[in-house]
Design a protein around this ligand. Structure first.
Ligand SMILES: CC(C)(COP(=O)(O)OP(=O)(O)OC[C@H]1O[C@@H](n2cnc3c(N)ncnc32)[C@H](O)[C@@H]1OP(=O)(O)O)[C@@H](O)C(=O)NCCC(=O)NCCS
Length: 151
C-alpha cells in the first residue's frame, strides 16, 4: 500500500471515475449513481472544497470530498468517502478522513460533520477512531450524524 498516491482533483470530469462503483460490506451496499455525481460536480466549484483521489498506478483506490454546503456556517461536511473494495481495511479511509480534518482546520472551520447509515459499521468505526461523536442533528434522522468540534 506504500505506493498509493493521493492527489487533489483539479478537473470536474475526474469525478466520472466514480460512476457505478459499488461496495457491499455485510448487509450494507453503497453505489454511485448519476444524482450523487451531479451533486459532487456542483459542490466541486464551491470555495474551499477539497476533492482527493487516490491511485496505485492506473488503479482507482479511493475518493473523498469535503465542502461547506452545510446549514450551519463555518462547518465542513465530509460528503463522500469511498475506498475501492480491493483496498479496504488497509487504512486508506483513515488517511482520507485525516486529510479532510486537516483541510477544515486550515480553513478555520468550527466543526466537521458527516452522515452515515445505521448499517454502515466501517464508517462508524472510522468516525469514532478520528474523534467524531454522534450528534443529534435536528435536520436529519434517517441515519447517524457525526460531528467533530474543531474550534
Ligand atoms: C468506510 C470506508 C471508506 C472505510 O475505508 P477503509 O479504507 O476500509 O478504512 P480503514 O482501513 O481506514 O478502516 C477504518 C475502520 O473500518 C473498519 N473496517 C474496514 N473494513 C471493514 C469491514 N469489511 N468490516 C468491518 N469493519 C471494517 C476497520 O477495522 C477500521 O476500524 P478500526 O480502526 O476500529 O479497526 C469503506 O468501507 C468504504 O469505502 N465503504 C463504502 C463507501 C461508504 O460506505 N462510504 C461512507 C458513506 S457515509
Amino acid at each position: 500500500m506504500d505506493d498509493i498516491v493521493f492527489k487533489k482533483i483539479i478537473r470536474e470530469d475526474e469525478i466520472e471515475t466514480l460512476q457505478n462503483r459499488e461496495s457491499t460490506i455485510g448487509g450494507f451496499s453503497y453505489r454511485y449513481d448519476g444524482d450523487t455525481l451531479a451533486l459532487l460536480k456542483r459542490n466541486f466549484h464551491r470555495d474551499g472544497s477539497l476533492y482527493l483521489m487516490a491511485r496505485q498506478g492506473d488503479d482507482f483506490v479511493a475518493f473523498v470530498s469535503a465542502d461547506t454546503d452545510w446549514w450551519e456556517p463555518d462547518c465542513y461536511f465530509l460528503r463522500e468517502i469511498f475506498v475501492n473494495p480491493a483496498y479496504q481495511g488497509y487504512g486508506v479511509g483513515e488517511k482520507l478522513v485525516k486529510a479532510c480534518i486537516g483541510h477544515a482546520r486550515k480553513n478555520h472551520a468550527k466543526a466537521m460533520v458527516t452522515e452515515t447509515a445505521f448499517e454502515n459499521l466501517p464508517m462508524q468505526k472510522l468516525c469514532e477512531s478520528n474523534g467524531f461523536e454522534k450528534w443529534n442533528n435536528p435536520e436529519w434522522k434517517e441515519g447517524i450524524t457525526y460531528r467533530l468540534d474543531l474550534a
